[in-house]
Write a protein that binds this ligand. Sequence first.
Ligand code: NDP
Length: 294
Amino acid sequence: MTVKSVGFIGLGAIGRPMAVHVAYAFDAVVWNRTLANAESFASRHGARVAQTPAELVSAVDAVITCLPTSAEVFEVVSTIGDAWRSGHLLIDATSGDPAGSRRTAAFLEERGVGFVDAPVSGGTSGAEAGTLTVMLGGNEPWVAMAREVAGCYAAKVEHVGPIGAAHALKAVNNALLAVNILAAGEGLAALVKLGVKADVALEIINASSGRSNVTENLFPERVTSRAWPRTFRLALLDKDVGVALQVLQDYGVPAAAIATTKEAFGKARKLLGEEADHVELVKMIEREAGVEIK
Ligand code: NDP
């Protein structure tokens, strides 16, 4: 089936720039819990605003959700009721959890509606540029349909396995990001305390085997610069590490590194609040170590 119209639910930090590409490529309808955000989006980008999720679903071929967790996705999807029609597809761009995606998929399957988990990687800058990496979990023909839609905001779209597999992969990816933030923060705090300048330490690490996206990009751009931009909430990364930990435990895999990281992110979330950015975990390390990484 060729998709002509797409609905977008959840115009948050990453949903909004993704939806810009959707509005450019398809006949788009948007809904956001805070309706004013949907109205400002529509007036700038030429989409229609639905007053309710059910009104949105009635008007489109495929729906994208980009909400905090799988719990909000199920909450929204289940309130839509009879507006779902056989042949509809839900593409869930949330970084969700495999069990939550299977629950939503089962609810939709009873109505003849397809489900593909389609989390994204690449951050808000990748969303703005339309160069996200999209992982797809699901079955044909839905995966082909999801690929057609997600291509408008992605540089890479990969089918990785059955329903829930993409959410598991995304959670493991983000757990690796979190482990790196924690470990780099601790290591650099010690180096600065013993007299090594942070930019010198990063330069050497980035020419050596310990380098990562965290040391190459996030620390120079956000920590040593003291810029601390807010693009991806620490609370959401804490959620992702929790999803990864659950996946590891479900499959009987040792999880020491990810469990320790979950503990640190949970503590930072309590200390720094729901709006802090994910890299601000480093502020907690700095406070405990009594040093600034700069
Ligand atoms: P935000 O917190 O910025 O936005 C969340 C969105 O969900 C808002 O539109 C919010 O509406 C809506 N929402 C929250 N609760 C509900 C609810 N109960 N019912 C309906 N709508 C609700 O999150 P992000 O955009 O940053 O993240 C969205 C998803 O994408 C998350 O799963 C995140 O992990 C993932 N992600 C984020 C990235 C990033 O760089 N930010 C990168 C990759 C993935 P309202 O405007 O009313 O608050």
